[in-house]
Design a protein around this ligand. Structure first.
Ligand code: DLL
Length: 431
């Protein structure tokens, strides 16, 4: 049984007290790190004055860029010998955002995942096939440890290799899967193509996360697979999956409020917004040893659902993520910023000034296609030179963003000129 009744049904006052206590400890730990130590000094922040959750708004935000600037370990609060694992945000290389964990952090994370899985009805009898990437990405190992803690039999099958995934599902009678919604759309087609009715499989539940998707995609996937799907949210900076997860009611995701303080802010002004109003989610991790992160701007748009949930858990819920306040794209589960693509294109002398990133979904799989204007001299060049150039661009992009885009060369002036803010991304994927 993984129901932590005392914590999960905690009263508002007791939670406030717990969060305030943990916030104080977190700030003390943060002050010992090079990044926050310097920041608090420069901004003349006296952390002894931050006594309760309400004072949090007096502290500055932390952004992904701050994490990059403090690479590799400017935000680490424990000696290196205490660190047992790192993860990193997907899709970026070099100065990406790296997250550190102590043994206790890993154990706490597993507990919060086990508890969230239990709230969806998962039990130790379940066979859990984890089709999220294992590695630096948090999706695989994050739920893996939680599922083991709950006592499930875990199949760490990771992503891809669809026929093998199907075979594992059949041979081991998988009951529960963890998968990105886009891969689930593809895999269900592969299953049907192999003459199998997905409803005849033993899979009864799924956790979908790591990328945005709509309620209608959930319904469609539930019907096609014949299962109940639960939304699972998280981000590497805050451990990974499990920050917020739907319970059996499938009506918004309970934030693990003993681990995180959630705020919703106006993304333009940074001002906190009341429960119920839509804005950007800001999270403070208040139960982590290795890497305290304060007021992290997730860039994810959502709102807090003020009404209590009939499951009895008192931790507040957030609605499905509506979008982002920045231009980060999630392509096949990999986070990509258009600026990363631009940085590659602009190092290639033959490439002109205009380009466009087009995203489509074919047979459930995300495809990226980049239209690139070339300088006129080269456009008349021979096919061999163009092919070589195409290969060079694809290889450079793959090295940086781990995605294999298709490149289409265009005549100079053929892409619509930008009027004001350039529209560089055409997203045709229906989510
Ligand atoms: O995607 C962690 C994760 C793994 C969550 C598996 C759920 C399941 P990152 O690679 O750091 O971490 O990407 C985090 O992905 O800020 C959101 O924009 C997006 N995202 C994650 N879960 C959801 C979701 C993992 N359920 C970024 N709905 C976040 C919408 C999501 N977007």
């Amino acid at each position: 049984m993984y129901f932590q009744k005392d914590i999960e049904t905690i009263s508002k006052n007791a939670l406030h007290l717990l969060q305030s206590e943990r916030l104080k400890k977190t700030l003390e730990a943060a002050a010992t790190t090079p990044y926050y130590g310097k920041l608090f000094q420069e901004k003349k922040i006296d952390i002894s004055k931050i006594k309760t959750v309400e004072h949090l708004k007096d502290l500055p935000f932390t952004t992904k860029n701050d994490l990059r600037l403090s690479y590799p370990d400017g935000m680490v609060a424990v000696p290196r010998s205490e660190i047992v694992r790192i993860h990193a945000s997907s899709g970026t290389t070099g100065k990406s955002t790296v997250i550190f964990y102590t043994m206790k952090d890993i154990d706490n994370w597993a507990t919060l995942v086990a508890r969230a899985m239990y709230s969806t009805g998962a039990r130790r009898e379940d066979v859990f096939q984890n089709m999220m990437g294992y590695g630096l990405f948090t999706g695989g190992l994050g739920l893996h440890y939680g599922a083991e803690k709950l006592g499930c039999m875990v199949i760490p099958s990771s992503t891809g290799n669809s026929l093998k995934q199907l075979q594992l599902m059949q041979d081991f009678q998988t009951t529960l899967i963890h998968i990105t919604p886009s891969y689930a759309l593809h895999l269900v087609e592969v299953i049907k193509e192999n003459g199998i009715n997905p409803h005849d499989l033993s899979v009864k539940k799924a956790y979908f996360g790591a990328e945005p998707y709509s309620e209608s995609t959930r319904k469609k996937l539930e019907e096609q697979w014949g299962l109940d799907a639960y939304n699972c949210y998280g981000l590497s900076e805050m451990n990974g999956p499990g920050v917020a997860m739907e319970c059996i009611n499938k009506a918004g995701m309970h934030i693990a409020e003993d681990y995180y303080i959630a705020e919703i802010i106006n993304p333009e002004t940074g001002e906190p917004l009341p429960d119920g109003e839509e804005g950007e989610l800001v999270l403070t991790h208040i139960n982590r040893e290795a890497m305290p992160i304060i007021r992290y701007r997730t860039r994810d748009l959502t709102r807090i659902i003020p009404e209590p949930c009939s499951c009895g858990r008192t931790h507040r819920r957030i609605e499905r993520i509506k979008g982002r306040t920045d231009d980060m794209l999630i392509v096949g589960g990999v986070n990509v910023f258009p600026s990363q693509i631009e940085s590659v294109l602009m190092t290639i002398p033959e490439v002109g000034n205009n380009y466009r990133i087009v995203l489509d979904r074919e047979e459930g799989l995300d495809r990226m296609h980049i239209q690139v204007e070339l300088y006129s001299k080269l456009f008349q060049g021979d096919m061999k030179a163009l092919k070589k150039l195409n290969k060079e661009i694809v290889e450079k992009l793959r090295a940086l963003i781990t995605i294999n885009p298709r490149i289409e060369f265009m005549e100079p002036g053929s892409l619509p000129p930008s009027e004001g803010k350039a529209k560089r991304v055409i997203d045709n994927r229906e989510i």
